[in-house]
Design a protein around this ligand. Structure first.
Ligand code: GLU
Ligand code: MG
Length: 446
């Protein structure tokens, strides 16, 4: 019996009726198809048919035909589940879940597939003798209803806040474990209603897969308790921002190149930091690409509004987290704060790794780390240190993205074209609207 057939039998015996195959589109929005378990034998090989136009869905499900490669309603591609990653869903007992890769009808790589784009970066690292580890932190709002009545009232980081959503928290802890997700920690975050869950580090493709599975797991647990979750970067102007911070480390064999000391990483790790810093504006245009993302980028909110790096500096978009005698040197990693749920997790990681690996290949040296918040400095002080603000408009993000040959190459010509068409479609739809309206349109989308 093949491995797939073994899985089919196990799922059927456990009463699982369907497999949901999920991917994330260019807005970071999870999309899916569900197939009966009985069909899995074939689907695992041939996938299920989906329209290529998913690459040009915008954040409100409008389809833009502005990208020349996907300018007509014709065509079909195949969504193939990664059968090695099939997971029974504790919170949805009739279903199992798997991440999908999209291929052409001939089974060839489809240039718009984000999971393949990340795999290409992982392969490129391997050719250079490198591997990466990655892990996401997820901040989100928990509400009693779609009117945004907060399900907890703080205090920030308080255990009292969690008592208000105790049954939900219990299911999250239970279901994450049952679904094979490792929680580092869970806490009431800064704002009313806000909760954070951190995920354990994994290889990049697994980390992105797990970010999607975590969303599904959280949504099912919330639904069970009649709660509404907002993963949006900024659910409303009055809300705390939801960062989905992305931690990475780069390894040569058993050696974590990010290891160093309280001053910063060693030479190669510093070059990784320098590479990402050099391309930070372009990386952020992929990892925090929506109109909600740019609204979240407010100085002083720990969201990373200016381009700099620091050691354990929580205002820095690039926060170096050193190892220590207590934690071990291999704890060292680099946190990207300009990352949120509207960034496709595969593309965000592909952009980070492409930028960082280029830094290592070129032996870049970063500027000195900054311990303060440059948002409190004068323009002249920032200019003297070469620190610029991250773009807060779609046009500014597009310009920054196009200026980076490394990040654009990581996406590839076709995917880049579709990605930008989607961003422009979002911006055009928002023209003349209040920011409140734009944010409410994105609130429940991710
Ligand atoms: N909520 C902040 C953000 O928008 C991050 C707070 C923190 O550092 O955990 O990213
Ligand atoms: Mg946090």
């Amino acid at each position: 019996m093949s491995r797939v057939d073994g899985t089919i039998r196990e799922l059927s015996d456990a009463g699982v009726a369907g497999l949901t195959i999920a991917w994330a589109d260019n807005n970071g929005i999870p999309r899916s198809r569900t197939v009966p378990i009985a069909a899995l034998h074939d689907v695992a090989r041939t996938g299920v048919g989906v329209t290529p136009l998913f690459a040009v869905f915008d954040s409100s499900d409008a389809i833009t035909f502005a990208h020349p490669g996907l300018a007509t309603p014709s065509g079909d591609v195949r969504l193939v589940p990664d059968h090695l990653r099939i997971t029974r869903l504790a919170g949805q007992p009739a279903l199992a879940w798997a991440p999908g890769t999209i291929v052409t009808a001939e089974g060839e790589p489809w240039p718009y597939d984000p999971r393949s784009a990340l795999q290409r970066q992982v392969d490129a690292l391997a050719e250079a003798g490198l591997t990466a580890r990655a892990g996401y932190e997820l901040e989100f709002g928990v509400y009693l209803d779609e009117g945004m009545a907060p399900a907890h009232h703080g205090p920030a980081y308080g255990p009292a806040a969690l008592t208000e959503i105790d049954a939900f928290v219990g299911d999250v802890l239970h279901d994450f474990r049952a679904n094979g997700l490792r929680i580092g920690q869970l806490h009431a975050e800064y704002g009313p209603a806000q909760v954070e869950v951190t995920l354990g580090a994994a290889d990049p493709v697994t980390a992105a897969d797990e970010q999607l599975l975590a969303r599904q797991t959280l949504r099912a647990a919330a639904r069970k308790h009649g709660l509404c979750l907002s993963f949006a970067p900024l659910p409303s102007q009055a809300s705390a921002g939801n960062g989905w911070h992305l931690h990475t480390s780069l390894w040569r064999g058993e050696r974590n190149l990010l290891a160093g000391g309280p001053e910063g990483p060693g030479t190669d790790g510093a070059a990784y930091v320098a590479g990402i810093l050099r391309d930070l504006l372009a990386v952020a245009a992929v990892s925090a690409p929506s109109l909600g993302s740019t609204a979240r980028l407010r100085p002083g909110f720990f969201a990373g509004a200016y381009a700099f790096w620091g050691v354990e500096n929580r205002e820095a978009p690039l926060r170096y987290v050193p190892g220590s005698a207590l934690l071990g040197e291999d704890h060292a990693n680099l946190e990207l704060k300009t990352s949120d749920a509207s960034g496709n997790p595969y593309l965000a990681l592909a952009a980070v790794l492409a930028a960082g690996a280029a830094g290592v290949a070129e032996g870049l040296v970063p500027p000195p780390p900054v311990a303060e918040d440059p948002g409190t400095w004068s323009d002249a002080e920032r200019a003297a240190s070469g620190i610029v603000a991250l773009p807060t408009t779609q046009a500014g993000q597009e310009e920054a993205l196009l200026a980076s040959s490394r990040v654009t190459a990581a996406l590839g010509h076709d995917l880049l074209g579709a990605f930008l068409a989607v961003r422009r479609s979002d911006a055009a739809a928002a023209e003349g609207k209040d920011l409140d309206d734009v944010l409410s349109g994105l609130r429940w989308r991710y």
